[in-house]
Design a protein around this ligand. Structure first.
Ligand SMILES: NC(=O)C1=CN([C@@H]2O[C@H](COP(=O)(O)OP(=O)(O)OC[C@H]3O[C@@H](n4cnc5c(N)ncnc54)[C@H](O)[C@@H]3O)[C@@H](O)[C@H]2O)C=CC1
Ligand SMILES: O=C(O)CCC(=O)C(=O)O
Length: 354
């Protein structure tokens, strides 16, 4: 499985994927410093689609772990959003602030082109629509672009809207009302999605407590939304109605759940559960958890319209509304069976995949 194919400058190597996955591909380009991985988890429902993350992983094993977990998440997310797409994801190893260049993104585009349509890429953490424009100079298997026919732009505001609707649905399910007036929400991470979500929550009358490692972001939320700012270490301990994880994955660990005061968890981050026990832990603690891949599918719905060349905004609206409907189905089934929502969601989606 270690065959090396050198396309102009980019050395591409097939690695052994984890069991149950289709492919794991590694690419290196000495000239631009590109070191990237693409994981394709499933092609069952169509070509794999999922964003590209640029992150300074300490070890290649960490990057492989992340890309494979994210890729599987996309299979479930795309099925949950009822899209004719399989699951895949890519990561570029490096610091997006100091190591990202147009040439590096073009080299990444060559890698995507070599996969011949098995995988479509778009934005994730550390990657912007401008970066995708460089990728598009080398491949057509890219979305989240700002120009061109069917261009869908930054998926983040649509992701935020889906999370917002699902947050309201979660409240409605348990409290009988989705009114956010006076409700308190702790938002962890004020990036592309978190800041947009915070704006919607503020407009709907919610009180915000926020944290980010980026001082400028928390100051903006303080000024624009009257948010109370707390340190990243303190956000979990806040006495709030809802905790909205919108930063990196793994926010819901056993230690985190032990101190969490929120009654509801609904957020945009991918792979929120640190391990398989954490969904049950939240259930035991009386916390209603809205499974991440059900609620954060807005971005991929937007991206899918570009991939599938759909122009009708009704397609977007119906699928975004569909996320909240699927979530309600999950909650109802969880109430009936006593199972935690994350495992009900997995079973529901696995039946769609069959
Ligand atoms: N952008 C999109 O449309 C989608 C994003 N997601 C997921 O949502 C999450 C956020 O995505 P984006 O907003 O696009 O990323 P982003 O990179 O724009 O924002 C992430 C934010 O989290 C902050 N952060 C990092 N570590 C933190 C910590 N320990 N405590 C508090 N804040 C911290 C960063 O400073 C940054 O402001 C990611 O997990 C991403 O994979 C999921 C679906 C779609
Ligand atoms: O490009 C996007 O943000 C949508 C696809 C994705 O990677 C995701 O939902 O995590």
């Amino acid at each position: 499985m270690n065959q090396v194919v050198t396309k102009p400058n980019v050395a591409i190597r097939e690695l052994e994927p984890r069991e149950g996955y289709e492919r794991l591909v590694e690419a290196r380009d000495e000239q631009t410093g590109l070191h990237a991985l693409v994981s394709i988890h499933s092609l069952r429902r169509g070509p794999a689609a999922g964003g590209c993350r640029m992150f300074n992983y300490a070890r290649i094993e960490d990057a492989i772990y992340d890309v494979e977990r994210l890729s599987r998440g996309m299979t479930y997310k795309n099925a949950a959003a009822d899209l004719p797409l399989g699951g895949g994801k890519s990561v570029i190893i490096g610091d997006p602030k100091t190591q990202k260049t147009p040439e590096l993104m073009r080299a990444f585009g060559k890698l995507i082109e070599c996969l011949a349509g098995d995988y479509y890429t778009a934005e994730d953490v550390g990657v912007s629509p401008q970066d995708m424009a460089y990728v598009a100079e080398r491949t057509s298997y890219v979305a989240g672009l700002e120009g061109g026919e069917f261009a869908s732009g930054d998926p983040s505001p649509v992701t935020a809207r889906g999370v917002f609707l699902c947050l309201k649905q979660t409240l409605k399910h348990r409290l009988g009302s989705d009114d956010l007036t006076g409700k308190t929400v702790a938002v962890q991470g004020l990036g592309h999605v978190g800041m947009s979500l915070a704006g919607m929550l503020h407009a709907a009358g919610a009180k915000l407590i926020v944290s980010d490692i980026n001082d400028a972001a928390v100051r903006a939320a303080e000024v624009d939304f009257g948010a109370m700012v707390v340190s990243p270490d303190d956000i979990l301990r806040q006495d709030v109605d809802v905790f909205a994880p919108c930063a990196m994955g793994g926010a819901l660990s056993a230690d985190a759940i032990a101190v969490l005061k929120a009654r509801f968890v609904v957020g945009a981050a991918n792979n929120q559960l640190a391990d398989d026990t954490c969904g049950q832990r939240m259930q035991d603690a009386g916390i209603l958890y809205a499974p991440d891949y059900v609620v954060n599918g807005g971005g991929i719905v937007n991206v899918a319209m570009e991939i599938l060349k759909v122009a009708d905004p009704a397609y977007r609206e119906s699928r975004i509304a569909g996320l909240a409907k699927t979530l309600e189905q999950v909650f109802v089934r969880a109430d009936e069976t006593g199972e935690p929502p994350h495992s009900v969601a997995d079973k529901l989606i696995e039946s769609r995949l069959r």
